[in-house]
Write a protein of this length. Structure first.
Length: 286
């Protein structure tokens, strides 16, 4: 287009429409932006906090470690449920408000730092808290490796809690491998709107409880875990086909029948209880 000298240059400018603002996402404050960077979604609902706390195994004479304490919406209640509470918060700004809130409780210690860097206590202890979603797996691994941990009650992504507890009728390698030592339970659901900043997904209440008496003796646990890893290798398409690399076909057929496992069963659909029974039968026959 030729320019008309009598018209202002601005009238010839081509306006390129920019991206439309997302109306489904509120503009984040500086504090909420910091929380998102740290993968922190704090509970903002007293009702949701009470829902979670109902599932924590209270121990008036015991020790609890709180992960992701934030500004302390769970801390004050946890302080009344345990003789000693150590609250971990990595964000110094949140930890300052947490310390002010916890000052009313002589049995609460606040640690400004990474929970994952903590050394597990030697004495029996519980874990509770709102796990940062991006750190859920490392936090769960830390709990599982801590031999003195008696239970962990955690707020996680709902999908993670469902996957670990067989809520879809499918079971993960981690759940099956650790089942002789711990039990995994989905205790509830918390809607995404109960957090700030609001995450993209709902949350679940995951509880991991260490068994007072393991389902398999400690001396045989490594053999059980090797069986499970072989079964999850995916060789042959079915659990039976995978295990044929380690066990004779006739023993496997008898064990599958006794444990109530279909010979065509795909590994993910075999429950942890069936795994334990399969191992007991195969190990006894060895």
């Amino acid at each position: 287009m030729a320019r008309d000298p009598a018209r202002p240059a601005a009238q010839y400018a081509v306006r390129v429409p920019g991206p439309r603002p997302r109306r489904d996402r509120p503009v984040l404050s500086e504090r909420d932006r910091r929380r998102r960077e740290l993968s922190q979604n704090y509970l903002r609902s007293a009702g949701a906090a009470a829902q979670f706390l109902r599932h924590v195994d209270a121990d008036p004479a015991g020790l609890c470690l709180e992960v992701g304490a934030g500004e302390g919406i769970l801390t004050e209640r946890l302080a009344t449920m345990f003789a000693e509470l150590v609250a971990y918060e990595v964000d110094p700004a949140a930890a300052a408000r947490l310390e002010a809130r916890a000052a009313r409780h002589a049995n609460v210690s606040v640690v400004i730092g990474d929970f994952l860097a903590a050394r597990p206590p030697r004495e029996p202890f519980h874990v509770a808290g709102n796990a940062p979603f991006s750190l859920t797996s490392p936090i769960v691994d830390w709990c599982l490796q801590a031999r003195s941990m008696t239970s962990a009650t955690l707020i996680t992504q709902l999908e993670y809690a469902r996957k670990r507890t067989g809520a879809y009728g499918r079971w993960s390698l981690l759940t099956v491998t650790t089942w002789p030592q711990v039990q995994w339970d989905l205790r509830g659901r918390i809607g995404r709107q109960e957090f700030r900043p609001v995450p993209r997904v709902d949350a679940g209440i995951l509880q991991i409880s260490r068994r007072a008496r393991p389902l398999i003796p400690a001396a045989r646990l490594a053999t059980y875990q090797r069986l499970v890893r072989t079964g999850f290798s995916g060789v042959g398409g079915s659990l039976l086909a995978s295990l044929r690399r380690e066990y004779p076909a006739d023993r496997l057929r008898a064990a599958f029948q006794a444990a109530g496992v279909e010979r065509s069963a795909v590994v993910a659909f075999v429950s942890p209880a069936q795994w334990v029974e399969l191992f007991r039968i195969l190990d006894h026959a060895a």
